[in-house]
Design a protein around this ligand. Structure first.
Ligand SMILES: [Zn+2]
Length: 159
């Protein structure tokens, strides 16, 4: 699971830590609620501090205008590490509260900054992709059959 919600997915991370078949990568605003998701290992791949830091990857963003550039740099690190993990299924925890106009955060992303999803199939073309709002319990299933065929079913969600 990769997560660009402005808040750290502490519950998701806690559930993923004990299971080494799972990957969680997140960008989130530093010191925003819930205050978890510190960034102890700013390196990916063999440069990561520990094996756990290769599959639990947190990247914090500063408040203000610098957040935009930092988001693109750090999201790319998350995606690169995820690609090394070689997942069979990619779920994107797609919270759009990092948008500049969201009053509960100080990250200043614009609509075009959220187009990062376009890079994912090229990074790992055999992955399935799924987008799900992080603050709901909906189930979202998307079947991506590879860049070659281009066949994709749309998301089905349950509220
Ligand atoms: Zn959020």
């Amino acid at each position: 699971m990769i997560d660009f919600d402005v808040h750290h997915g502490n519950g998701t991370e806690e559930g993923f830590v004990p299971d080494d078949t799972l990957f969680y990568g997140s960008t989130h605003e530093k010191d925003n609620f819930p205050g978890t998701g510190k960034d102890p290992s700013p390196y990916v791949g063999d440069q990561a501090k520990t094996p756990l830091h290769r599959r639990i990857v947190n990247r914090t963003l500063p408040a203000g205008p610098a957040s935009v550039k930092q988001f693109h740099v750090k999201w790319a690190q998350v995606v690169d590490e995820m690609a090394l993990f070689a997942p069979d299924l990619v779920i994107i925890s797609a919270g759009f509260d990092a948008h500049d106009e969201d009053p509960l955060a100080s990250v200043e992303l614009q609509e075009e900054d959220f187009k990062v999803r376009r890079a994912l199939p090229h990074k790992h073309p055999r992955s399935s992709l799924c987008y799900s709002p992080p603050d709901s319990f909906s189930l979202c299933l998307t079947h991506h059959h590879g860049a070659a065929s281009g066949r994709r079913k749309s998301c089905s969600r349950r509220a």
